[in-house]
Design a protein around this ligand. Structure first.
Ligand code: NAD
Length: 366
């Protein structure tokens, strides 16, 4: 096993290797930085998960939590194994991992690829701590309440006026009509925004007069692609880049907007629900052409904020309130930095996160 990983002045502060050969358990936790508070980050289960990958993801969590305005540092964990293994064996491994990481009182695990709410409940049952629990044991189901979509709408509250856009009557396109995209459209709909286009992995539906959102959600929930929705005209245009709209929400895969297609974009505001939905070239083009972008780790932080509220014993309604307050404040600070320092939105967001971590570190004993 390659145990080498990078270190610098930010972290990691603690690294734990967990091995229990009799159980076939091998895993690790990288607690990157805890200056702002105990570190939150998911447990990933995959056959090829490595300590280097976990260390990189732990650093990303340090920036993400700081950018979200949470009093939490960043961490990540990995368990080596096939997440589709025999369920009883998986539970045994997760429980053993949970017992082994109890010593790390600065780490709060959450679900990630290959783990879920049940896994977090097993860890708590083993005497540990975790966020992202099932509802019956105090969890706030973030996809059910649409935590990330709610955050996207809060981002729009602050960003839309900066490009002279009034939300009431604005036209929205959603690329990737899943949990994030549907809830984003619903919360923006409460503000008078009209959904005019939506896509999924199989195609798109467009209606310039507005799509019936609830009917489209039901159509999709019945297992049908959006392209067969009777209330719009169907096409195979999954990327939806050139569609006529004011607000564009990518909520599917990385790198949808690239140098070769971004010039077709008609929207004035892009709220990044998906992670890294635009290449660096595409983001530079948008900045130069008056398209305002609220970058992923600012706009889609609703989920991580919800997990933090849950960990502190908050209710669903507190989570809703905190998500909106935090995201509005963060978007305002990022856009102020963009205007003041002439930075791209992503650079401004990174600078804000670094400044917050540096300030938290300045209060620590030298
Ligand atoms: P989801 O699986 O519920 O929905 C994804 C949707 O995208 C589906 O409708 C799928 O058909 C569609 N899709 C897939 N490939 C596509 C393509 N090539 N073109 C068009 N549509 C495509 O997933 P989700 O939970 O809504 O997450 C969406 C994105 O947001 C992911 O990138 C995820 O990492 C990111 N994200 C999610 C959350 C969250 O709270 N769920 C938080 C932060 C970021």
């Amino acid at each position: 096993m390659d145990l080498h990983f990078d270190t610098d002045e930010i972290g990691p502060t603690r690294v734990l290797l967990v091995r229990e050969p009799s159980l076939g358990l091998e895993g690790f936790v990288v607690v990157d930085n805890v200056a702002a508070g105990p570190a939150i980050g998911g447990i990933r289960m995959a056959e090829d998960v490595s300590i280097q990958e976990v260390a990189r993801l732990a650093r990303a969590m340090t920036w993400k939590n700081a950018a979200a305005g949470l009093a939490h540092g960043g961490a990540k964990a990995g368990i080596v194994g096939d997440p589709e293994m025999d369920p009883a064996k998986k539970e045994g491994l997760v429980r053993a991992f949970g017992r082994a990481i109890r010593v790390l009182d600065s780490y709060i695990p959450g679900p990630d690829m290959g783990t879920n709410e049940a896994a977090m409940a097993w860890i708590v049952d083993e005497g540990g701590r975790a966020a992202g629990l099932p509802r019956v044991v105090g969890g706030i189901p973030l996809d059910e309440i649409g935590a990330t979509g709610l955050g996207l709408a809060a981002a729009a509250d602050v960003a839309a006026p900066r490009v002279g856009l009034t939300l009431a009557g604005a036209r929205l396109a959603v690329q990737g009509f899943g949990a994030v995209g549907q809830h984003g459209a619903r919360y923006l709909g409460e503000r008078g925004v009209r959904l005019v286009a939506a896509s999924d992995s199989r195609g798109a539906t467009v209606n310039a007069d507005g799509l019936d959102l609830e009917a489209l959600v039901l159509h999709k929930a019945s297992g049908q692609p959006v392209s067969t929705f009777p209330g719009g005209s169907g096409s195979d245009d999954t990327a939806l880049v050139g569609v006529d709209c004011d607000i564009w929400i990518p909520a599917a895969r990385p790198d949808v907007l690239r140098a070769d297609n971004v010039t077709a974009l008609k929207a004035r505001l892009v709220l990044q629900g998906a992670n890294i939905p635009a290449t660096a070239e595409a983001e530079a083009w948008m900045a130069a052409n008056g398209v305002l972008v609220v970058p992923d780790f600012i706009a889609n932080a609703g989920g991580v904020i919800c997990a933090a509220v849950e960990f502190h014993g908050g209710t669903e309604s507190t989570a809703r309130q905190v998500i909106q307050e935090r995201i509005r404040a963060n978007v305002a600070e990022v856009l102020d930095r963009v205007e003041r320092d002439g930075l791209l939105p992503r650079q401004a967001a990174e600078a804000m996160a670094r400044a917050r971590v540096a300030e938290a570190m300045s209060y620590r004993r030298p």
